[in-house]
Design a protein around this ligand. Structure first.
Ligand SMILES: C[S@@+](CC[C@H](N)C(=O)[O-])C[C@H]1O[C@@H](n2cnc3c(N)ncnc32)[C@H](O)[C@@H]1O
Length: 320
């Protein structure tokens, strides 16, 4: 009954949703190739969790009107009606449940990522640590989950994308005075060198958050990032997600690739090959780059011998 009502109301809202979609897509298309469009995908997910009451992220709601594609039209004609419909009907689709149901569908990927990475941050970030958010996009953890925890926070991103984030923070009066912003192109530069020029201390324990980024990078950038974390003090960590090579090369991955290029002008590059042994292969890859695999899980079909579409991992710098 709830599901039926949910579907009926959503069908009624289609004309409103279409106008909201235009408000969303126009700024993305205007900045295509310059500013990350894919950064909106996880942001929209986290915004909807907040509005649906499943994962609080007040900073995302505050930041939204400052971001070109999360403008008033998008919020009032797309995001809020979706959240309202879920609230009044009592039906929360799998993609917006937090934590999401298992096995993790492709639609629930953002929730699975958030659940795993939020937990890694909560478990391993302590007072005095440094936190580096690589490819920060519109991530708001620095202004929510990590705020007031006595840690030094660095957000690293491509220059044009970071400029849009900083303008949005200023417009929406979100306090970013505790965050150090550093620009870098991960495929061409060392983020560690860039950070060191901005007060990063390579002798302090550090947690590197790398959400939704590996798939857009060349493999040498993946390898140099893992090696860079391995030079940091013991107990430093990197937590990240990835797509599997098998999924990217398969039919679903090729369709996903097409949709990404068509919508955002961005394409998938790196995929981690996980067959025949997800954990074994991931552990060996981390070891090759100086890290110990501390925790991991596949996303997608988790049965033995099946190919998951992605995975989540935490690597730690070992004692010398
Ligand atoms: C899908 S978004 C994820 C944003 C954020 N981590 C999140 O989960 O909300 C990918 C981010 O990686 C950044 N990125 C992708 N390729 C990059 C590169 N070569 N150098 C620097 N940043 C890059 C984009 O600018 C964008 O902010």
């Amino acid at each position: 009954m709830r599901l039926l009502l949910y579907v009926l109301l959503n069908v009624l809202w289609v004309p409103i949703y279409l106008i909201g979609l235009i408000c969303y897509m126009v700024p993305i298309l205007l900045a295509r190739g310059r500013v990350s469009g894919t950064a909106y995908e996880p942001f929209n997910g986290r915004l909807l969790y907040h509005l649906m009451g499943t994962r609080p992220d007040a900073a995302a709601l505050q930041l939204a009107p400052g971001l070109p594609a999360a403008n008033r039209g998008t919020l009032d004609l797309l995001v809020r009606p979706m959240a309202w419909t879920s609230k009044v009907t009592g039906h929360v689709p799998g993609a917006f449940r937090y934590p999401p149901p298992r096995p993790t569908s492709e639609g629930a990927m953002v929730g699975a990522r958030c659940e795993f990475l939020d937990k890694a941050l909560r478990d391993h970030v302590g007072t005095g640590d440094q936190v580096v958010i690589l490819g920060a996009g519109w991530d708001t953890r620095a202004y929510g989950l990590l705020a007031g925890r006595g840690v030094s926070i660095f957000e690293v991103d491509a220059p044009a994308t970071q400029a849009v984030k900083r303008a949005a923070l200023a417009k929406t009066s979100l306090d970013a005075s505790h965050v150090i912003f550093v620009t870098c192109d991960f495929n061409r530069q060392s983020w560690l060198d860039a950070l060191e020029a901005h007060g990063f201390d390579p002798h302090r324990r550090t947690f590197v958050l790398w959400e939704g980024v590996t798939m857009y990078l060349e493999e040498q950038a993946i390898q140099s990032t893992l090696r860079a974390v391995a030079t940091l003090p013991p107990g430093s960590r990197i937590a990240f997600d990835f797509f599997t090579r098998e999924w990217i090369d398969g039919v679903a991955g090729r369709m996903g690739q097409w949709a990404l290029v068509a919508t955002y002008g961005e394409s998938l590059a790196f995929g981690f090959s996980v067959l025949p042994d997800f954990e074994g292969r991931l552990g060996a890859y981390m070891a090759e780059h100086g890290l110990v695999l501390e925790n991991c899980r596949p996303m997608g079909d988790e049965r033995e011998g099946r190919v998951p579409y992605g995975g989540l991992a935490v690597g730690v710098t070992p004692e010398a």
